[in-house]
Design a protein around this ligand. Sequence first.
Ligand code: SF4
Length: 465
Amino acid sequence: MNALAPVASRASGLLAAYGDWLRDHAGIVRTVQWMVVAVYAFLIVVPAFLPLPDGDAHALDNLTVFAQWAFWGLWWPFVILSMLVAGRSWCGLFCPEGTLTEAASRVGLHRAVPRWLRWGGWPFVAFLATTIFGQLVSVYQYAPAALVVLGGSTVAAIAVGLVYGKEKRVWCRHLCPVSGVFSVLSRVAPVHFRVDRETWSRNAGHVPVHPVNCAPLVRIRRMTGPSECQMCGRCSGHLDAIALSFRPPNREVAALPATEASGWDAALIVVGMIGVAIGAFHWSASPWFVEWKLAAAALVVDHGPAWLLSDHAPWWLLTHYPDANDVFTWLDGLLIAGYILATALVVSSLVWGALLVAAGACGKARVAQAVRLAYALIPLAGLGVFLGLSSLTVTLAKAEGWPLGAVPAIRVAVLGAGAAWSLSLAWRQLADVADRASRLRAFAACAIAVAVVVAAWALLFFGWS
Ligand code: SF4
């Protein structure tokens, strides 16, 4: 018998017990959720009405800097990371928008979810729009911009809750700008609420049950992974057929058939989490952007139109903080959006081209196979976004005077881990390729896709810094 079996069995028992604990202690979970809402509301509203912090302000003596740490230094990067470890537990247990939209839908109009709202492209469109808009208003730097972007999303979540669903999270399921990202990342999480369908069928009608209110509208009986589940635990133990369980983290993606791979997921991974995210973090460090900007400004000075150089756009549309000498012209706004989209186009075309070449070895339906292979890039895309967001953590830590000598090595390790994980996923996905030579050729093409992504992040962290 495997010497580790008792340890594994004990860990599995503890995990399942934790799932049951969540179910049995809904009151405690709700209290924590409302505490998070209170802290979130305070940190998002109050700093927006305070003067801009001085250059030497610190987290412990300035509320605006403290809020910056909370939102951009810790919350975003580590919530992204948590998806790879604990699935969407953040969504189900802590997210203030989830709590608020569900509470609103308890007292709202309880309308059925219309067809247009269930369109699968919303998470992709919302992620792109929010990412680009966030850059235009400098959401990471200024509290009023954070109030507009995060607060605007929260108001929309409440509004959707007031109209659609009854005690449901329609916003989280269909519209939240990061729900698509969280959904794909959690596909490689090592934990999920496992549904034993045989036990379900056997016990249905024979075992007394309480109805389960699954707020994100998961069809629980058919659930095969954690991508839609928000890990709230309410269904734990239902019909003795559901338990929070460990699983091999690569199994879901490796076994995903091309028929179940979603084009919107692939677009979000390749264009959103890779292309647009890289563009959004690149532009402010890019010497190419500076060259573009100088050339475009010279062109506009010579040929007009002059209004492109005016800097009177409102702060909620384009960055406008004269006190901090940080004001965008309309031309700046156009160039930033253009640079992000151009980067996304170049990077995602290279990645998609490599995936199409790899898909050629997988048999018929080349595009569908390339869509399936795009899922192999989830770890690298997720860890890339984590690195991009954590560069704000590094900037904040630098301002606090923390020693940061280990940062380059950590970045190399994280990027290397993401690349290795994605390559191992691609190799598993290619297991059904007929002969070894074709599998190796397809794997080499996947490796090119991985190399493109690694090179783009390396350029930012090691080429331009
Ligand atoms: S399936 Fe629904 S009820 Fe069950 S844990 Fe996931 S989100 Fe909660």
